[in-house]
Design a protein around this ligand. Structure first.
Ligand code: 5GP
Ligand code: ZN
Length: 140
């Protein structure tokens, strides 16, 4: 937990989120300003700033969750594909310095806009209700 870290505040329950998945290692929730419907962030419960600050074991565990959660999202939404986005450093567009992977569902013919939609709380709430799943529901 880092006092100045909004993702640690989410882990701590101080800042609310629209949860998609949680286990001992990661928390996944909808991005508040999505690039596409179902845009999900996967973060480790341990505060590390980015890939280079993470030990290999934690990184491998997080990536295995990213795969599981991405499969669940694609199947649930009937998406045609997805992008994984992972920014390291301000120059690369990182704005929250707690390791996170973006899962961005894609549909054929819909170009990806890097201008996020203004977070519509009702829409996010309905999406979280569709996407939320418990451990065991997905296959690693
Ligand atoms: P980065 O640019 O660091 O790769 O991505 C940070 C992401 O975190 C952005 O897409 C931004 O919309 C999202 N974000 C920032 N603050 C919050 C928050 O309080 N709640 C949620 N759900 N997402 C956030
Ligand atoms: Zn943090």
């Amino acid at each position: 937990m880092r006092n100045d870290c909004v993702f640690c505040a989410i882990l701590d329950g101080e800042v609310p989120c629209f949860k998609v998945y949680e286990d001992d290692t990661v928390l996944a929730y909808l991005d508040i300003n999505p690039f596409a419907d179902g845009h999900t962030l996967v973060i480790p419960k341990k505060h590390v700033t980015g890939i280079l600050a993470s030990d290999d074991e934690l990184l491998a565990q997080v990536v295995s969750r990213v795969k599981k959660i991405a499969r669940h999202i694609v199947e649930t939404l009937g998406a045609d594909g997805f992008n994984i986005l992972q920014n390291n450093g301000e120059a690369a567009g990182q704005s929250v310095f707690h390791l996170h992977f973006h899962i961005i569902p894609r549909r054929k013919g819909e170009p990806l806009s890097f201008t996020p939609a203004k977070g519509d709380l009702g829409r996010l709430e309905r999406m979280a209700a569709r996407l939320h799943f418990e451990d065991g529901a997905g296959v690693l």
